[in-house]
Design a protein around this ligand. Sequence first.
Ligand code: GLA
Length: 392
Amino acid sequence: MTPKQTVLEQTKKIFQNKYNKNPEVISISPGRINIIGEHVDYNLGLSMPAAIDKYLCIAISKNRTEKINGYSETLNDSFSNNYSSNNDSRNWVKYVHGSIMESLNKSKYKSGFDIVINSTIPMGKGVSSSAALEVSILLSINKIFNLKMSNNDIIKRCQSVDHNHINIKSGILDQSACLLSKKDSIFIIDFYDMNIEYIKYNLKNIKWILIDSKIRRELASSKYHERVNECKQALKLLSIQNNKINNFRDLNINTAKEISILPPKLQKRVTHVVSENDRVIKMKEAIKKESIKQMGDLLIKSHESLRDNYEVSCTEIDRMINFSKSIKGWIGGRIMGGGFGGVTINLIQLGYEDSFIDKLSIFYKKNFGLNCDAEDLSFVDGAETIYINSLN
Ligand code: GLA
């Protein structure tokens, strides 16, 4: 059995034992990484994400009550709340409740549900276990009520869960990656018009490795919102100055003249956004040409910009990236995700994975007293609804 099938089978069994019936629907979503294109989704830019072979699975059925009953095998925790009100302060409960609310929003349906959640996606490590949860629930409810939501609608409603129920004003990178990825591919998503381009990914001489710094950051309380607001403010000032600038895509890489009217801090933020979009396009070319060196250089440049222009890195991760430059087989890497801690994504020459992880781990332990975790990545299909029990 593949890891995916194992999670699916387990989840179905847990549901049967818990609720004494079969689930109506089972949905499964992978976690995600992002090769490049960081902090650009909410700025209508470009990103290059991919889904990874870690899965969150939910089994779900309507029930005949007004209650939503949830059980998380992963957290060994459960809840039973009223459909229309949720005062539960547990984050995972807010995600489940919020996802149900947002899926049925503007529909004529209202129902209680029984749900089981079971996941192998590490939580709080920047690989989007929460987006996988939202996407799985949205897909399931879409199926149960035949709501005919488009992928874009599902993605937007998942974002509303973050905005309205979790109070994180995030973009749609995570949910898009969980839902739209294709096996052995990476894709470029343009958040300006949701255009998507898949690139067959067949590079055999390299490996992608995630390193978890164990520095935790709570997105909601971090400076994420500060960055979102700074970008909004920068755009407002730029468009007042020049009414041809409606979004950051109206600027090109030689922005010096246009952005010189901004305060220095905002100039740096815009420089990151515009240069990161450019790096995504260059990364696409580098992958197509199989130019590994260029891919590594782009990752390093992205890290430098996230560190110096966008200021979302942290000392531990900067030191890690710096030290990695001295490790044989490391081609490039950068901080990944929301920032202020979390994980790095690294491009490693095949055969050097173990020595890279060993050397970095020794360095990290010695300097910061922390063990870092490593994860080898392969790219898989996005989320799907696997099974409907028509007898139920
Ligand atoms: C978090 C958010 C995403 C995106 C990234 C940064 O993961 O959820 O929407 O903004 O940070 O690229």
